[in-house]
Write a protein that binds this ligand. Structure first.
Ligand code: ATP
Length: 241
């Protein structure tokens, strides 16, 4: 029997004390699965990831309401570092690597919390990074920087990996390669993945289940295979008719 790793129940997020960005979002993620969260710009996808990882900050007038249950425990409004120690690791949009540090120094930053320094495991998935391990991050291509960001997250020993638009700004062939590796990581490292994407076509190819978000609400969800066949999804999110 599959068990639930994460459950969001009626989650609302308020920014600046009054702007309601998430308007009652409920999502379930089974252990070992890849779930994708799709939707247009500004729908609230990044905010959903932040509510899970703990990056919604009450001291900035940002509030999460509703419940978020991870491994059977309530975690809403918990500290991001505590979440990271428990295996909730977020890879931010825009490949935030340290450009002045070498590839290996960047990876070391991922080891900080977990103590895991198995760089070979990362190089196994991303052989380019092994070749360039002494090169500064800023000299890598966009695709390699995304690989580095994912590799660094892997060293933090994720149980739940939150990926925010890994395809952003990358050539289709590079995106395909990265998505294949994401699938391998899911299977071989037994990491559950929540993948936020605008590239619905590719995301639904590797995901088990998908949610579609518009204007702070989930408007559709289902098995990835079913969503791929759905006429509306094909027309509005996959550019196919
Ligand atoms: P994108 O793909 O553009 O990142 P998204 O679906 O991830 O889109 P969010 O980034 O979650 O959407 O943003 C949802 C809404 O909240 C947008 O209207 C955005 O302008 C607004 N928003 C995001 N962050 C803040 C903030 N810190 N303060 C106020 N409003 C915000």
């Amino acid at each position: 029997m599959a068990s639930k790793l994460l459950e969001l129940n009626n989650v609302e997020v308020v920014y600046n004390d009054f702007i309601l960005v998430l308007k009652g979002v409920s999502i379930e993620i089974e252990k070992g699965s890849i779930v994708t969260l799709l939707g247009p710009n500004g729908a609230g996808k990044t905010t959903t990831l932040k509510s899970i990882s703990g990056l919604i900050k009450p001291e900035r007038g940002e509030v999460t309401r509703g419940t978020i249950v991870y491994e059977g425990k309530r975690i809403e409004n918990r500290d991001p570092e505590e979440n990271a120690r428990d295996g909730i690791i977020q890879v931010m949009e825009g490949r935030r690597i340290f450009e002045e540090l070498t590839v290996e120094e960047n990876l070391r930053a991922g080891s900080y919390i977990s103590g895991n320094t198995d760089f070979d495991m990362v190089y196994n998935y991303f052989p380019n990074l092994r070749e360039k391990r002494n090169l500064r991050g800023g000299y890598l291509s966009g695709g390699e920087q995304q690989m580095l960001a994912i590799g660094r997250a892997l060293l933090a020993k994720p149980k739940l990996l939150l990926l925010d638009e890994p395809s952003l700004g990358l050539a289709p062939i590079v995106v395909k390669e990265i998505f294949e590796i994401i699938k391998r990581i899911n299977r071989e490292e037994n990491v559950t993945i929540l993948l936020v994407e605008q590239n619905a076509k590719l995301a639904l190819e590797i995901a088990d289940y998908g949610y579609i978000m518009e204007n702070g609400r989930i408007v559709m969800d289902g098995e990835a295979e079913k969503l791929r066949q759905n006429e509306d999804v094909r027309e509005f999110y996959m550019g196919m008719t």
